[in-house]
Design a protein around this ligand. Structure first.
Ligand code: FES
Length: 313
């Protein structure tokens, strides 16, 4: 969708808030908390940002996102912070949601690190509307880096805990919040070390109680990659995929126009079906149950374990 930036303002240190609307004012497709949109930047980069105002309405007047300045930005967040201005036009995808609040969860703990506050802020608003028993913990290097702090404190002051490492003199210890009560669901978004720590602390919990959204892909080690033959069954095409070459790139070499977004194994936009061969899953999108079925495959990062892989394309 071609949308226009109708508002752009700094809301915390190194975080800007964007409001995007249709140029003709028409309503936009609605979404639930946890949903994200893709922003297509003029450089060709596509970046995913969580909607902070996705509250389950069927239509929305505007999409709102917050974007942190990534010190290692490859032109995404840095361009938005330095070059983007109110009034600019951007191509934007419809919302997709891989991080929804489970409607069966009543006691809900929301954990946010840094810019990971964005889906969690929408979840807090939704939890308050639904009358859930919820708590939110937001942490960052300093309190001035926590976006939506005032809004959250106004929403439910007794349910919101803010932690700045600089002010507290130490990093937060999540264990007292995790152990405060038997949560139905713990939802976390933040940097990888925080998510790894939480995954370790909740490893013995029943599946589905701890859920997280990553906003950065882990590095992939291609050192032991082997070449293999890629067969696209329905189009009757095949090619050799070289070590280090993404399957998606090999498909594009064949002239196949396949959907994608992050190209990092995070978003699921490129998912297709594998009908023969053993996938070597390298994404962070499919969980163990989805992989066990043996058919779901993300060609932007995943490869084959054997000599041949056949996709239903
Ligand atoms: S394009 Fe995002 S997972 Fe493949």
């Amino acid at each position: 969708m071609p949308l226009r930036v109708t508002r752009l303002r700094a809301i915390a240190r190194d975080i800007v808030h964007l409001q995007l609307q249709a140029p003709d004012g028409r309503a936009l497709p609605g979404a639930e908390a946890g949903a994200h949109i893709d922003l297509h930047l003029p450089s060709g980069l596509v970046r995913q940002y969580s909607l902070t105002n996705a509250l389950g309405e069927p239509q929305m007047a505007a999409y709102e996102v917050a974007i942190g300045l990534d010190a290692a930005s490859r032109g995404g967040s840095a361009w938005i912070h330095e070059q983007l201005r109110a009034g600019a036009a951007l191509q934007v995808s419809e919302p997709r949601n891989h991080f929804p609040l489970d409607p069966a969860h009543y006691r809900v703990l929301l954990l946010a690190g840094g810019i990971g506050i964005t889906p969690v802020y929408a979840m807090a608003q939704t939890a308050q509307r639904r009358g859930l028993d919820w708590q939110l913990v937001a942490c960052a290097r300093s309190l001035g880096r926590i976006a939506y702090a005032e809004e959250l404190l106004a929403l439910a002051p007794g349910r919101v805990h803010l932690h700045g490492d600089a002010e507290a003199g130490a990093r937060i210890d999540f264990s007292r919040f995790l152990n405060a009560q038997p949560w139905d669901g713990v939802y976390a978004c933040g940097p990888q070390p925080m998510l790894d720590d939480l995954a370790q602390r909740t490893a013995a919990w029943p599946a589905g109680r701890f859920r997280c959204e990553k906003f950065k892909a882990e590095a992939i080690d291609s050192a032991l990659d082997q070449a293999f033959e890629l067969v696209l069954a329905r189009s009757g095409l095949s090619t050799r995929v070289e070590p280090g070459e993404p399957v998606l790139n090999a498909m594009e070499r064949l002239g196949v126009d396949h959907p994608f977004s992050c190209r990092e194994g995070l978003c699921g936009a490129c998912e297709c079906a594998c009908i023969d061969g053993e996938p070597d899953h390298r994404d962070q999108f499919l969980d163990a149950a989805a992989r066990a079925g043996g058919r779901r495959f993300l060609p932007c990062v995943s490869r084959a374990r054997g000599e041949r892989l056949t996709l239903d394309l």
